[in-house]
Design a binder for this molecule. Structure first.
Ligand code: HMH
Length: 210
């Protein structure tokens, strides 16, 4: 019996809720998030996306060729995203040349560690990481400016379609995976869920100036 992405969501609803529903996102939707909290998220997420880009590049390096179209489109979108983060940081006069916070370090280290796992595990983690933002930024409902463009970046229909393709690719890789690889994929899904929750919390509870 193969494992599917939908089964992971169905078997672990609480972990996934905690990954995608957080006061940080609700307060963006209400317009009450503190600038210092939002700015911390913005800078740390830029640093995360640099490492996430490297993670995706390593996945491309081991992917079957028929998955290249989607993964290369993803890498191209990340190039635009990194430039967009730089624009957003400049508008807010934020310094991007900043240390990663411990949670960001832990998440980036975790992505690095996944390079030792089979493609099916990495494809599952990639899907989970993208789905977390795709759902997280949409679930609170339409966001007011200046948060609208942030919610749209990960909540827009094209991004949802991209995440659907990542799910199909992960499912295909999992369909002939051994029991052991299925367990590794489940662990990766749960680790991503935990790290997503911790990442929101990191920005929400910031105390230092960013
Ligand atoms: C923490 C985090 N998770 C996921 C994404 C992208 O989906 C992101 N930009 N940042």
């Amino acid at each position: 019996m193969g494992l599917t992405c939908q089964q992971l969501l169905q078997k672990h609803p609480q972990a996934w809720q905690e990954a995608t529903i957080h006061p940080f996102l609700q307060e963006c939707q209400q317009g009450t998030i503190q600038p210092q909290q939002f700015n911390t998220w913005l800078v740390q997420d830029y640093l995360f996306v640099i490492d996430f880009t490297r993670f995706l590049a390593r996945i491309l390096a081991i992917a079957p060729p028929h998955n290249f179209d989607i993964l290369l489109a993803g890498l191209s979108a990340l190039k635009d995203e990194l430039n967009w983060f730089q624009t957003k940081a400049a508008e807010r006069q934020l310094q991007l040349n900043t240390d990663k916070q411990p949670t960001c370090i832990e998440y980036c280290d975790y992505m690095q560690s996944l390079s030792a796992t089979p493609y099916a595990v990495q494809a599952t983690a990639l899907w989970a990481i993208e789905l977390a933002y795709n759902q997280g930024w949409q679930l609170p409902g339409a966001m007011p400016p200046p948060y609208t463009e942030f919610a749209d970046r990960w909540g827009n229909p094209d991004f949802t379609t991209y995440v659907d393709f990542l799910e199909q690719q992960a499912d295909a890789a999992l369909s002939n995976a051994s029991e052991e690889v299925q367990q590794q994929a489940t662990a990766a899904f749960l680790n991503v869920a935990r790290l997503e929750k911790d990442f929101w919390q990191m920005a929400y509870t910031v105390t230092s100036d960013q």
